[in-house]
Design a protein around this ligand. Structure first.
Ligand code: FHN
Length: 461
């Protein structure tokens, strides 16, 4: 029997019905958020304090792309695009997505035990599939899969219990919504753009953000998929103000706007909106100028979404040194996990996070709440962080001389000890050069020496 309504009509009806329940009936009103806000530096510092001190978070890319779980043609979460699928074909993964093993308590404990202080999970990736219960969409985990539960609600409750901040990744680009443009080249005939209204898509986007922010109270909205030419700086600035108007405490990354250069890297500059920059798959050569906040996001292997075929896992040493290097430059590290379609973390994932947790157990004091190194460069393989009158020296390699030298420090050293073992470290001072002797027990990933100084570190430029 021929369906009475087309899918597009049903989507539109669902959206409008949902909008009405969310008080977003007038597209124009939802268009330009009236929120204008100014923020002083002290206010910004207060709002971002927990994030700056946290330093280390878990990224989670989880969606129906975990069903094919295939990165043979590119990132696994891009499966629909990589295999040039029509929407109707890709939708068939939803009824096969039933993460029966999903356990919010276990996920949050794993993040916490790794030393992570916040979790950023995909509420919607580019495929447009909603991993939460939305009134303005039927393309959701609660309505279109046998699972029918709301994992983001379960995670929000569990994060509340365990003292971890929950944050959401939400894609501006949406390959499913009938009003999103541009269409993919292979679907123009099947899904013509005639009659499409991008303004209506923005109303839908805002309606879902209102649901997410008011119902789940995320600490950060982490936008992505901002690079297509249908999304403008004006739309980004408006969306930033809109989200902040929903919750004045929330943080928003720079990808709400066009502040990121290209697909990787970023250039937070004054005219772009966003509370922090988002370099991707890289540790920037230096920290960001004039105190701009930033966070490197990175995969454990080569793909964000889970892929059965991706075995290129980074070692624990590489991961621990990335964390140290990033902290030494004053940034945050958002390390990604791609859970399976059953709702499980892979063994490779768990092993690496457990190793990082063991290291953080002994050395977290040199990461949390610290700021970037006072040294322009070091003569050894390692990095530094600082907090008050303490300098944390991370040594990756003690070299042939079984010692490392810090040059240009104009402080008196009150004490020097290995943070993890409390073993005293012998220090030779010559003018403003300090030589630290290799302790009897070192950490193959990174040994941290805590120097207690007479005052905050003063380094010759
Ligand atoms: O296209 C996405 C990609 O799938 C992934 O989500 C990364 C994570 O930051 N962001 C985009 C690529 O820059």
């Amino acid at each position: 029997m021929k369906a009475k309504f087309t899918t597009k009509q049903i989507t539109l009806f669902t959206t409008l019905l949902g909008l009405a329940t969310l008080g977003l009936t007038s597209p124009v009103a939802a268009q330009k958020s009236t929120a204008s806000y100014t923020e002083t530096k002290p206010q910004f510092e207060k709002r971002t304090k927990w994030w700056r001190e946290a330093r280390f978070g878990m990224f989670i890319h989880w969606g129906i792309y975990a069903v094919p779980a295939d990165s043979s043609r590119g990132m696994a979460e891009w499966y629909m695009n990589n295999f040039q699928m029509q929407v109707r074909e890709y939708e068939k993964f939803a009824p096969n997505f039933n993460p029966a093993s999903f356990d919010a308590k276990e996920w949050v404990e794993t993040a916490k035990n790794a030393g992570m202080k916040y979790i950023v999970i995909t509420s919607k990736h580019h495929d447009g599939f909603d991993m939460f219960d939305s009134k303005v969409s039927d393309y959701t985990i609660t309505k279109s899969t046998p699972f029918q539960r709301d994992p983001l609600k379960e995670l929000a409750d569990e994060c509340q219990k365990q003292g971890i901040r929950l944050c959401f990744y939400h894609s501006i680009m949406d390959w499913h919504h009938p009003d999103y443009l541009p269409r993919r080249p292979w679907e123009t005939k099947v899904r013509p753009a005639a009659g499409v209204d991008f303004t209506r898509y923005i109303v839908y986007l805002k309606a879902q953000l209102k649901e997410l922010v008011t119902k789940y109270r995320p600490a950060v909205m982490w936008f992505d998929g901002e690079w297509e030419n249908t999304w403008t700086h004006e739309m980004g600035a408006d969306l930033y103000r809109y989200v902040r108007s929903l919750d004045p405490h929330i943080l928003v990354n720079n990808r709400v706007d066009k502040g990121r250069s290209g697909m990787a890297g970023m250039n937070v500059s004054a005219e772009f909106m966003g509370d922090f920059g988002t370099p991707e798959q890289e540790v920037p050569a230096q920290g960001f100028k004039d105190g701009k906040l930033w966070e490197t996001c990175m995969t454990l292997n080569d793909t964000w979404g889970y892929a059965r075929n991706d075995h290129n896992w980074k070692s624990q040493s590489v991961l621990i040194r990335h964390l140290a290097d990033i902290a030494g430059k004053g940034g945050n590290f958002l390390l990604n996990v791609g859970p399976t379609n059953l709702g499980e973390f892979t063994m490779e994932t768990k092993n690496r996070l457990e190793a990082m947790g063991r290291w953080m157990e002994s050395n977290g004091k040199a990461i949390y709440g610290t700021s970037a190194t006072p040294f322009a460069k070091l003569s050894f393989s390692g990095t530094c962080t600082q907090k008050g009158n303490r300098l944390y020296v991370f040594v990756y390699d003690w070299g042939k001389s079984d010692s490392v030298m810090l040059e240009g420090l104009n402080n008196k050293v009150r004490s020097a000890k290995v943070l993890a073992t409390k073993e005293r470290v012998a220090v030779q001072v010559s003018g403003s050069s300090l030589t630290l002797q290799k302790p009897s027990v070192t950490d193959v990933d990174a040994t941290v020496v805590e120097l207690t100084l007479d005052a905050t570190p003063r380094v010759q430029p």
